[in-house]
Structures are given as C-alpha cells and as structure tokens.
Design a protein around this ligand. Structure first.
Ligand SMILES: [Zn+2]
Length: 109
C-alpha cells in the first residue's frame, strides 16, 4: 500500500497545503501573493464572476480607468520566485496556481 499525502508541501515555501487529486501541487496563498506576470508585474488573481473564470490584475498601478488587466488573464502564465506556473480557476471557487513541469501536475489527465 502506498500512503497518500493529502497535504503536500507548497512548492514555494514547503508549508502544507490542503489539496485534492485534481490539483496535486498548489501553491499556498502567501506564495500566490508573490506571483508576477510575464512582464514581471505583481498581480492579483481573482475570480472573474460567480460563474467562474479568473482575472489577473496588475498591482501598483494608479490608472484612473481602473485596474490594469494582466496578460496572465488570457494565458494563465504566472511566475513565482522565477518559476513558471499555471494559474487556473479552482473547481470549487478561488484560484489555484501550480508549477509547470512538476511531475505531479498533469497526472490523471
Ligand atoms: Zn507557499
């Protein structure tokens, strides 16, 4: 028998993160808060609306038109500590970010 670790360490800081088989390698909230987009801009990831989807906004802009939408909204491509990651809408709400190239990510697909 293989013991299944239901709370794998966050790939960014090693803190245990509640997870599911669908999202085997999520970053914790603190690490997701450090995410930047392809331009190196700090971003926030939020659900687009109650029906799902997500939107990435660039932090630290004072645009009177409102928050600047990051290209990560379209691509899901974000970087945490320089590591390329994929952001996606979580099945049960919220946003999940997982590192690209992690052997645990993509299993079961
Ligand atoms: Zn973390």
């Amino acid at each position: 028998m293989t013991e299944v670790d239901l709370d794998p360490p966050c790939p960014g800081c090693g803190q245990k993160v509640p997870t599911t088989a669908r999202y085997p390698r999520p970053y914790c909230r603190a690490c997701v808060a450090r995410a930047v987009d392809v331009n190196g801009d700090r971003i926030t990831l939020t659900n687009a609306n109650l029906l799902g989807g997500f939107v990435a906004h660039v932090l630290g802009t004072d645009d009177p038109e409102g928050p600047v939408v990051s290209p990560a909204t379209e691509t899901g491509e974000v970087f945490i500590d320089g590591r390329p990651c994929r952001a996606a809408e979580h099945r049960f709400g919220g946003i999940v970010v997982q590192p690209l190239g992690d052997p645990e990510v993509g299993r079961g697909h």
